[in-house]
Design a protein. Sequence first.
Length: 248
Amino acid sequence: MEDGLRVTVWNEGVHEKKDARVQELYPNGIGGQIAQYLRKQPGIASVREVTMDSPEQGLSDEVLETTDVMTWWGHKAHHEVTDERAAKVQAAVVERGMGLLPLHSAHFSKPFILLMGTSCSLKWREYKGIGEKERLWVVNPGHPIVDGVPECIELELAEMYGEHFDIPQPDQLVFISWFRGGEVFRSGCCWHRGLGKVFYFRPGHETLPIYYNDHILRVIYNGVRWAAPVRVAGGITRRKFAPLEPEW
Ligand code: ZN
């Protein structure tokens, strides 16, 4: 899009209120850290930050109608997002082509589950309350989401997510993670849903400095660019339809 993308960073914002470790790590919130990075990138026209405490949970019709791509971080309060707002997010993706990037524990967010149609459950572990090493391997080196990213991103400490991850087969698989404990996980997954695109990206546990990692931030930015809406000139027609050729 020539004028740049309008991005909304949706951040639940609950850990930041309750957990001193998260406050210390992300003084401007997890959303604030992601937003400040995106604001500096080319092709981004605006970055709006919203949380659960924003009007209509940050998911008002006005917000959704003026968002090209939404990133979503949530964990503790998935169930507090109303079914009505979650359905609106789903519709924004399917019917209008809004891009959606569910991050980390947003695998259990209502909009993601609606868009997938599966449980989206998985194995998980916070090893010794700290975490363990993760390596994210690029498995789709021609994909725009890995532009400028090394073939392996190493995170010294991460929460483990392991297969089986109950998702529909991704249209494109971009990253597979390896964990010190032996598990693997499909950490970067792309789907098309109606007019829209969804990119799930795994890293981002709230007590670890993962959103300060340049490679991780780059993947999120690339994901935003990839998930941008595409507009067919004149729109798409779905109804009873007359032949284009003269009568025969
Ligand atoms: Zn986590």
